[in-house]
Design a binder for this molecule. Structure first.
Ligand SMILES: [Fe+2]
Length: 317
């Protein structure tokens, strides 16, 4: 039985938000934190059912250069409740992709979320919806980055602080956006500096609050001192698809030596670039073998930071 129905997720919509959708940062209230989809029992069951190719569990270790390095791990044969216990006291973030494959109720939730926006924003049509459930330890942070599709962040439990920056220089260059879309962005292409924070939109997200920001806006996130459960959703619109294709083609042109390709938002040139991007993408010209993940820890509620080391092995997802 569906426990959420259309019209019930977004709690404080005002008609004037319609014109701001996708153009400005929107912070809205929602009701997911009251849904039993996010009870300990449901989350534990989802963890137990998660296919190995659809979850990541990470922790951090100090590298030889003193920098924090991300490590990939596994749940092993722990119960979902023990995983939650480990996250509560550890230094871990759990990323459950496509939870609807393990439990279709999350698919209904995802469909309803976008149906509610489409019902409220005239002309809005979204597609390629994705959702991920994030369960993360107190004080965990997500470093400065930008994403390819349209993004929303829905806070269900705990509190986190979010910094959002416009998708313009000095926060991100067009070249960096192109590389992001080509899957070739490196940390040095989008360096974070504290001085950028002066112009950031900074807000705390409490349970029952969500954020939607404009396309490709850089952001970073820090949990407060409590366990966090959040949901991310991703979508495309025809504008986002055009922007993707133009950036993709411009990234290829720039690699071919064209210094500053124009960024069209529509018309014939955009259509030609969409065709170029599609032709290159589907020709498999740019497909390369994905690197395997090295899994070197297991979640352990009795271990330091909620983890224990295991014999490393490679996993291809
Ligand atoms: Fe993100």
């Amino acid at each position: 039985m569906r426990d959420i129905t259309t019209g019930n997720i977004i709690a404080d919509w005002k008609p004037e938000y319609a014109g701001k959708f996708g153009k400005e940062t929107l912070k809205l209230r929602h009701t997911l934190h009251k849904s039993e989809l996010f009870s300990d029992e449901r989350l534990a069951s989802l963890i137990e059912k998660a296919d190995r190719t659809l979850y990541h569990v990470n922790t951090r270790a100090s590298g030889p250069d003193g920098k924090k390095r991300r490590r990939e791990g596994e749940f092993g044969d722990l119960s979902g409740m023990d995983v939650l216990k480990a996250v509560q006291k550890g230094d871990i973030w759990v990323n459950l992709r496509a939870p609807q494959l393990a439990d279709p109720a999350y698919g209904d939730m995802l469909q309803d979320m976008y149906a509610e926006f489409e019902a409220r924003v005239p002309g809005l049509q979204t597609f390629k919806h994705k959702t991920t459930i994030l369960i993360s330890s107190p004080n965990v942070y997500v470093p400065y980055h930008a994403d390819v599709p349209g993004q929303m962040l829905w806070q269900v439990r705990g509190r986190k602080r979010v910094w959002l920056y416009p998708a313009t220089e000095p926060f991100i260059t067009r070249n960096a956006i192109e590389k992001l879309i080509l899957g070739e962005l490196h940390e040095v292409d989008m360096p974070y500096d504290e001085s950028l924070d002066e112009k950031a939109f900074v807000t705390d997200l409490n349970p029952g609050e969500m954020l939607h920001w404009p396309l490709n806006w850089p952001h970073r996130v820090e949990n407060h001192d409590c366990l966090n459960v959040s949901v991310t959703t991703e979508h495309y619109t025809s504008e986002i698809r055009t922007s993707y294709a133009v950036n993709y083609a411009n990234g290829l042109l720039r690699k071919a030596g064209i210094a500053n390709p124009k960024k069209q938002t529509g018309g014939l040139v955009a259509a030609a670039k969409t065709a170029l991007a599609g032709a290159v993408k589907f020709s498999g010209l740019r497909s390369k073998a994905e690197k395997p993940y090295v899994i070197d820890f297991a979640v352990d509620p009795n271990g330091k930071n909620g983890v224990r080391n295991i014999e490393p092995y490679e996993l291809r997802l």
